[in-house]
Design a protein around this ligand. Structure first.
Ligand SMILES: CC(C)(COP(=O)(O)OP(=O)(O)OC[C@H]1O[C@@H](n2cnc3c(N)ncnc32)[C@H](O)[C@@H]1OP(=O)(O)O)[C@@H](O)C(=O)NCCC(=O)NCCS
Length: 393
């Protein structure tokens, strides 16, 4: 019998709408990103990450009193169980920070009885705890792996400033903390990207918030998703100087490589977040007295776009990871913490989606995700393969 060769199905779910959401909207044709109706480019620089948390979780911008309340709730939840710190102290020092973060999420679940309650109240409490504790875990891990004592969270500081304080042991100035806050605002949410979809898929089984968020962390770690920001910086350090950019880009594309930080599954024009991050990278470069990494990024964007267009006949644009790389580097943040920082912000989006998935009300009706696949394996002829015992194979 003639074998029929079926085409390989490889949709990556592009353009396929799997659920309704009231949390955010991305229009990739015009470069628009909206959190609960607000243009993110309007919010960046005007509101703090804590206000974004309130917007995402509680569906509206907070009043002054509500903001004070959410800041207090987050500050109260910043501590992590001592068992978690002890566990971190026994990890290999070269463990990947995203792996540390993912396993820490599982460990936090052991200490939280809210995991046993399937209610919107418990989910909201778990959301606040995770958002509050992510910076503490990331900063503590960096200090532990460098043989330093973790720095206790400072309840007087905002979310952004406190992270930098716990990482470095010194209180950042207002400009630095403000820039970092903008980064958190920009990275907090982005509709049904890979990690959010992973978190929602886990939530759809009625698994708890920690299980869903751990899936999000795992998904974000990959270099095609959140892991790209670290890879952008590695690329820049490999290139070394502005003069080498063009050659590097051409060689990379020639050998089938990809330019990290360029391209997007949804944006077919500029990513609006890159427009905000690029000037911040420039200012931070000027502040440190070395604009080299910003200038190299700019040149890489130009030469990368040109080379891509020559090869593919179409345009490609810088995404959120492109300029955040040099920006974080200027902030003195270790390269392998760039992706955990993305997670520190995105956990707010994941948590909002988990709550919507499980208790969405008008926004979504809870349903177990169960997609289908096209079997293109063998049937050994018209019928199923007949079983052969191991002795006769
Ligand atoms: C994000 C990404 C995975 C989107 O992929 P996608 O949806 O397949 O992108 P498109 O459909 O626009 O483009 C597909 C083609 O362009 C190529 N392409 C896309 N981005 C590219 C890049 N940055 N460098 C080189 N080639 C790229 C793909 O390899 C593919 O080529 P092919 O048709 O020969 O197989 C991809 O752009 C990428 O890998 N970018 C770099 C990693 C990154 O920055 N990730 C963070 C995203 S926020």
């Amino acid at each position: 019998m003639e074998e029929v060769c079926k085409p390989i199905l490889n949709t990556g779910l592009r353009g396929f709408k799997v659920a309704s959401t009231k949390i955010s909207d991305v229009d990739g044709t015009v470069g628009k990103l909206v959190y609960r109706g607000y243009l993110v480019k309007e919010l960046a620089g005007k509101i703090s990450f804590e206000e974004v948390v309130s917007l995402l979780l509680y569906e509206r911008l907070p009043s002054k009193d509500e903001l004070a309340q959410i800041k207090e709730m987050l500050a109260e939840e910043r501590h992590v169980p001592p068992e978690l710190i002890s566990a971190l102290e026994t990890r290999p020092k070269d463990a990947l920070p995203m792996d540390i973060l993912q396993s820490s999420v599982g460990l936090l679940a052991h200490h939280d009885h809210d995991t046993r309650e399937l209610s919107v109240e418990a989910a909201n409490r778990m959301a606040i705890k995770l958002i509050a504790k992510f910076p503490t875990i990331v900063a503590a891990w960096d200090r532990i792996r460098n043989n330093k004592k973790p720095v206790e969270p400072n309840p007087e500081l905002g979310h952004a400033a406190n992270f930098l304080y716990m990482l470095n042991g010194t209180i950042p100035d207002d400009e630095l903390a403000g820039f970092f806050d903008v980064c958190l605002v920009l990275h907090a949410e982005h509709s049904f990207n890979a990690s959010t979809f992973a978190a929602r898929e886990v939530a759809s089984t009625r698994a708890h918030m920690y299980a869903a968020v751990a899936a999000g962390v795992g998904s974000l770690s990959g270099e095609l998703h959140g892991g790209a920001n670290t890879r952008v910086m590695e690329m820049l350090t490999d290139i070394g100087s502005v003069d080498h950019v063009e050659n590097y880009v051409n060689n990379l594309l020639e050998s089938g490589g990809i330019i990290m930080g360029l391209g997007h599954a949804v944006y077919k024009v500029d990513d609006p977040r890159a427009h905000i991050l690029a000037p911040m990278s420039k200012v931070m470069g000027e502040r440190t007295g070395d604009t080299k990494w910003y200038e190299m990024s700019k040149e890489l964007e130009i030469k990368g776009k040109e080379a891509f267009k020559r090869r593919k006949g179409r345009d490609i644009y810088a995404n959120v990871d492109f300029y955040s790389a040099s920006l974080y580097y200027y902030m003195g943040i270790p390269m392998d913490l760039f992706t955990p920082i993305f997670a520190i912000a995105r956990v707010a989006g994941w948590a909002a989606h988990v709550i919507e998935e499980q208790f969405g009300g008008a926004a979504s009706k809870p349903v177990l995700y169960r997609p289908d696949s096209e079997y293109i394996g063998d049937y050994c002829g018209p019928d199923e393969c007949s079983f052969v015992p191991i002795e006769k194979r």
